[in-house]
Ligand binder design. Structure first.
Ligand SMILES: [Mn+2]
Length: 317
């Protein structure tokens, strides 16, 4: 019997991409996901010949070896993603939908694949991935008013907020659980109005953002700014959302938000929204990765802090 595996990033883009797909193609599937930074997910799939794996919103570069193994074993794989991919295996059992241009997200690639049939969830995801213009473009056909668009934006941001933390255990809801709850709603406005889980996420997010808003920048010029958040659970949850808010508030400026840990910093970099380029290159120099507009480093040692700030300033200031 064929077993279906759905492997997806635990953020809004990953969850909404799967939701769109499963609204159109319902399947009983094994769910494999984690916190936003848990992207080496494919190695957790124990599939056999004849099984089908769908992969959503995790970099192929970081999952290449596991993908190669699955394909060799006779597993059919469908891969949707917008992160840096590296070489894509040419294999008859692989269908790859990969597009790394800065104004697409995985849910918009799935929307393309589904010819817009569950577009409203792609709009939620694009807002969650901080692609406001792309979200509004995608929503143009849907005849939504400004209040509804603002509600979808809040929903995307809240689902996304839930995925930020060092591991799935630190999140308010495990992304697989959040997906299961969300998957019972075909209409996002019913989730927004009636789902208690949404109220919990909304209040927690507002509290964390308030704390971040009280901090001063470690460095701030017209072109770039660096913030350092303390070693605390709320910092680890809020940093991604905080950096996105800064990016929107100061579209001409590049941002780096660091979260202090026991041994090292985790780093989120956003290039200026007005000129989204270079974030992935800056982060790759320190063992990280991502996209031109948004990238990160899992562990930046304290010794490398000055070197990182110099590289960041050189790229943007
Ligand atoms: Mn994404």
């Amino acid at each position: 019997m064929t077993i279906f595996y759905d492997v997806f990033n635990g953020d809004a883009d990953g969850i909404c991409a799967l939701h769109q797909l499963r609204l159109v193609e319902p399947r009983d599937s094994v769910l494999i996901t984690g916190a936003k930074r848990d992207i080496a997910l494919l190695e957790r799939v124990d599939a056999d010949s004849g099984d089908v794996v769908t992969v959503l919103d995790i970099s192929l570069a970081r999952n290449f070896a596991a993908l190669d193994r699955l394909l060799d074993r006779g597993v059919a794989c469908r891969y949707f993603d917008h992160h840096f991919a590296g070489p894509i295996p040419a294999h008859p059992r692989l269908q790859a939908f990969i597009d790394t241009t800065p104004d697409v997200c995985t849910s918009l690639l799935v929307d393309r694949y589904l010819e817009g049939r569950e577009r409203v969830w792609a709009v939620v995801a694009a807002f969650g991935d901080n692609l406001e213009a792309a979200a509004r473009d995608a929503a143009a056909m849907l005849d939504l008013n400004e209040l509804q668009l603002a509600q979808l934006q809040g929903l995307g941001e809240c689902i996304n907020y839930n995925a930020y933390g060092p591991s799935a255990e630190d999140l308010h809801y495990h992304p697989a659980e959040l997906y299961r709850i969300l998957s019972t709603y075909s209409n996002p406005f019913q989730f927004i109005i009636g789902e208690p889980v949404y109220e919990v996420l909304r209040l927690a997010r507002a509290d964390d953002l308030f704390r971040a808003g009280e901090l001063n920048a470690a460095l701030a010029t017209a072109q770039c700014a660096v913030y350092i958040l303390p070693d605390a659970a709320w910092s680890r949850r809020v940093n991604g959302e905080f950096v996105n808010q800064l990016a929107v508030a100061f579209p001409e400026r590049a941002h780096a938000v660091l979260v202090a840990g026991a041994q090292s910093y985790t780093v989120s970099v956003r290039s200026p929204m007005a000129a989204p380029r270079g974030a992935d290159a800056v982060c790759r120099g320190f063992g990280g990765g991502g996209r031109a507009g948004a990238a990160g480093i899992d562990a930046l040692s304290g010794h490398d802090y000055e070197r990182f700030v110099a590289a960041f300033k050189q790229a943007y200031c």
